[in-house]
Ligand binder design. Structure first.
Ligand code: GN1
Ligand code: MG
Length: 376
């Protein structure tokens, strides 16, 4: 991973940046794309910032379709925010077109770039610090889902097919173990067995979709806490970012993935497993925020499976990290050799604790539904 922006001059010529480039800051949050803040100044020393991102086209195989998804979704969100009296400059992402009018630029090495607005006076966080901040993220994701509830779902391309199809994730995982390309499978037998022992969980939601028991919705699909921008002053969640995986999905995926990341007492790559715990107070806070904003539009099954989805999304992510470790780190960015294994271990530790906490989680969900008058 390098801090230098490849083909910088080409990039500077490709978009209509205003002013003179003063600084570039790399943002190290994501595991997939490379993201930079370009800071420009004009003659009067006014600053204008842009969020410039190289899309990982090994992961996102249909980048132009993906950009079309993002154009549609960002326009829709802008209308909704405006209708609700919000400030679209800060509450929505939008794309700056390249000089040729396209919303992206492919450089001479085939790198795929796009440029978003920079959300000023806002920040993201890696952990919530307080349950109230986590509840705030939940309300933002609930609102996001609500805003997109009338978006034409069939117009969206699946940017990564079967992204949260846990059955197909399990099949990929088994393939990785079987191929053992990196000869690492022997270093993680315990973790492999832990996952395989939960094989039956993997098909539960997929089967419910097939049987028409859960509705497909327009969902975010990558609801990590660090994909929420908080206002610097008020700490209110103002904008949801990372829209590459907005596509048809389950509301349960969005809920579960948020819990996976945000209801852990430690970082996703904490090496000391004694520090990694599932925090039920954060679960309660997030569930409260989510049900308060999205609850009345959810079906009974979508609510009943909230606890299970938390465990399933955590298991799925653990499986993906471990599979990538065994494949030789070909998908997620890693900083050191065991990084994916360490990440997998935190996820599996959380899965174990979530299993123990399942009855308590279910009780919490029914209490919250009662609080907000959501019928079960
Ligand atoms: C990736 O790019 P980032 O860090 O927001 C991944 C998610 C995983 C997450 C795990 C496109 O998200 O699915 O849950 O890492 N995104 C993609 O931290 O695979
Ligand atoms: Mg992200």
């Amino acid at each position: 991973m390098s801090d230098k922006v490849a083909n910088l001059n080409e990039l500077l010529n490709a978009f209509n940046f205003e002013g003179k480039l003063a600084n570039i800051n790399r943002i190290n949050d994501g595991h997939i794309n490379d993201t930079y803040v370009f800071d420009f100044t004009d003659n009067k020393k006014n600053h204008k910032k842009y969020l410039v991102q190289e899309l990982n086209v090994n992961v996102f195989r249909k980048p132009v379709d993906l950009m079309n998804n993002i154009i549609g979704v960002t326009h829709h969100l802008k209308e909704k925010v405006t209708e609700c009296g919000g400030d679209p400059e800060r509450e929505c992402l939008y794309l700056y077109p390249a000089k040729d009018g396209k919303t992206y630029f492919v450089d001479t090495e085939g790198r795929f770039w796009r440029c978003f607005n920079y959300v000023y006076n806002a920040h993201s966080v890696q952990n919530a610090q307080t349950p109230e901040i986590f509840a705030e993220a939940a309300r933002a994701f609930g609102k996001f889902q609500h805003y997109l509830s009338d978006y034409p779902i069939d117009s969206l391309v699946e940017t990564i097919p079967n992204f949260h199809n846990t059955s197909s994730r399990l099949a990929d995982f088994k393939q990785a173990v079987n191929d053992n390309k990196s000869y690492r499978a022997d270093y993680c037998r315990k973790e492999i067995d832990f996952i395989l022992a939960r094989e039956n969980d993997c098909g539960v939601l997929v089967k419910m979709i097939e049987e028409g028991k859960l509705p497909l919705r327009v969902t975010h699909n990558d609801t990590k806490l660090n994909n929420v921008m908080f206002d610097d002053e008020t700490n209110k969640a103002i904008c949801i970012v990372d829209l590459d995986t907005v596509m048809p999905g389950l509301s349960l995926y969005d809920f579960g993935d948020s819990i996976r990341f945000g209801a852990s007492t430690a970082a996703e790559d904490e090496t000391d497993l004694d520090k990694v715990h599932f925090d039920i107070d954060y679960f309660r806070a997030y569930a409260d925020g989510f049900i308060s904003t999205a609850g009345k539009s959810l079906t009974r099954n979508e609510i009943l499976y909230l606890p299970f989805s938390s465990k399933l999304m955590t298991l799925e992510c653990g499986m993906r990290f471990l599979g990538d470790y065994i494949n030789g780190d070909v998908y997620f960015k890693t900083d050191y050799a065991e990084h994916n294994l360490i990440r997998a271990r935190t996820q599996l530790k959380l899965v174990g604790e979530m299993e123990e906490a399942m009855p308590e989680m279910e009780k919490i969900i029914s209490e919250i539904c009662e609080k907000y008058g959501v019928d079960l």
